[in-house]
Design a protein around this ligand. Structure first.
Ligand code: ATP
Length: 235
């Protein structure tokens, strides 16, 4: 396997000097699913935003598919799909127009067959003509994923994909993520839930106070640490 994402000594201080990331190092292998567990305020969203170049790092480097996010932003960003925590969709657009528009934003040529494939994969094809406002919360989250996949990224970030959703929907999302992985996308997701990391990830990382405390193969971590012990790190 080859490294698709490389993060070296990444630091982020917000105005006022608060250090939200304190030197994060991480290597992500192509095709893996990494779950980053962390409590509120751990720095999960800051880490994702900084990797994606939405937030500027104070120092350190991020390389995606060999492209530096700072100096080769367009090439690096094109490799990344981002599913944000908030549902930020236009209520009066249809599913199809939302996903088409997203692809266009990346300057990619039209590819209706690809969009059909993505919508089918996410069980959204039958809803393609529905307006976003007509969809359930779970379907809206699927549209966010479809949007993020529209420009054919190699790495997909899911920022707390099941925050605030009920148990049924959460399991539904786990299924979606596992299926996406079959199509070869590398996935990094953040979560508060140990069960979620356990259900989806190949490797599990723990982030707290802006630092990565550990990153291990899920099976090794679960064998070494009980859930209770892990839970303590998340409180
Ligand atoms: P949650 O699970 O609650 O979403 P998180 O792990 O995603 O939390 P971040 O949102 O990255 O954590 O926040 C990390 C720290 O940085 C927090 O203490 C937060 O208050 C602070 N922070 C985040 N954004 C800003 C900002 N724009 N300005 C100042 N501080 C910020």
């Amino acid at each position: 396997m080859s490294t698709i994402l490389s993060i070296s000594d990444l630091r982020k201080s917000y105005a006022g000097g608060f250090e939200a990331l304190k030197g994060v190092n991480l290597e992500i292998e192509e095709g893996e699913i990494l779950a980053l567990l962390g409590p509120n305020g751990a720095g999960k969203t800051t880490l994702i935003s900084t990797i994606c170049g939405i937030t500027t790092a104070t120092s350190g480097s991020v390389t995606v598919g060999g492209h530096c996010i700072e100096t080769e932003y367009r090439a690096a960003r094109a490799m990344i799909g981002l599913v944000p925590q908030e549902i930020n969709l236009e209520p009066f657009e249809t599913v199809l127009s939302t996903v088409r528009f997203s692809r266009g934003l990346f300057g990619k040529p039209k590819n209706e067959a690809l969009i059909e494939d993505i919508l089918k994969k996410l069980s959204l094809w039958d809803k393609r003509s529905s307006q976003i406002k007509e969809l359930s919360g779970g379907m809206k989250r699927r549209v966010l994923i479809a949007k993020a996949l529209s420009h054919e990224p190699r790495v997909l970030f899911l920022d707390e994909p099941t925050a605030g959703v009920d148990v049924e929907l959460r399991k539904d999302m786990w299924e979606v993520v596992r299926e996406l992985r079959e199509s070869g996308v590398t996935i990094i997701l953040t979560t508060h839930y140990i069960e979620e990391a356990e259900a989806m990830a190949d490797r599990v990382g723990v982030i707290a106070g802006g630092e990565i405390l550990l990153v291990e193969e899920k099976s090794d971590l679960m064998a070494r640490m009980g859930k209770k012990e892990l839970q303590v790190m998340l409180t």
